[in-house]
Ligand binder design. Sequence first.
Ligand SMILES: C[S@@+](CC[C@H](N)C(=O)[O-])C[C@H]1O[C@@H](n2cnc3c(N)ncnc32)[C@H](O)[C@@H]1O
Length: 218
Amino acid sequence: MSSPSVPDFNCIAPVYDALAQLVYGDAQKRAQAHFLSLIPAGARVLVLGGGSGWILTELLRQSAPVHVLYLEPARNMLQQAQNRFRNTSSTAQVEFRLGTELDLTPQETFHVVLTPFVLDLFPAAEAYAMMQRLSQALLPGGLWLHTDFHASAPESQPVWQKLLLWGMYRFFGVVSNLSARELPPFEALFQKIGFKTHREAFYFRKFIRAQVLQKAVF
Ligand SMILES: C[S@@+](CC[C@H](N)C(=O)[O-])C[C@H]1O[C@@H](n2cnc3c(N)ncnc32)[C@H](O)[C@@H]1O
């Protein structure tokens, strides 16, 4: 298994949300929030790479999990998420952990896993290794809420999407030390680990996709 490099979002953390809003308006947020109400009451939930924490507040507004593990390697992002949570009246049990999927213990399992704009940071082989690890942590029948950029086949992909992807990978390559240069082939990778899309929703002229995938029961 290849060992994933950790991109560094500490420097960009204070302005990340504003930057995303500037480029995509509220499309990224609406896409991430699209299926949150499907989280079953009493679920144990893993949020991987949630960033500044607005998604946690939204998740707790739309669902009633028993436990949330907020796993995020950028200290500055994690700090913002903790501050945001402190300012809510939520009594939900939330653990904020500085780290990556490699910091999950073998015993930890979840009914729901969220990957919001995080798997796109990695080259295909690393994204695949992460997805395998997350699949192990997801209970049979569990839901995987995946939200990310969606590229159609290269021959039919609009030029503006190619330019945006090129620009984002160059920008975050410099600012956040990403080694990836293109989106991982999500469809093929999910298929490889045995997941099927149950529901999906598109935003930003189909450039952003929210998916609900489910782990087989047997
Ligand atoms: C592009 S940002 C997206 C943040 C947030 N999900 C959003 O959409 O606003 C990616 C986030 O993933 C985090 N991250 C990077 N590598 C990670 C890993 N291996 N496991 C968990 N989080 C990771 C980064 O620190 C960053 O906060």
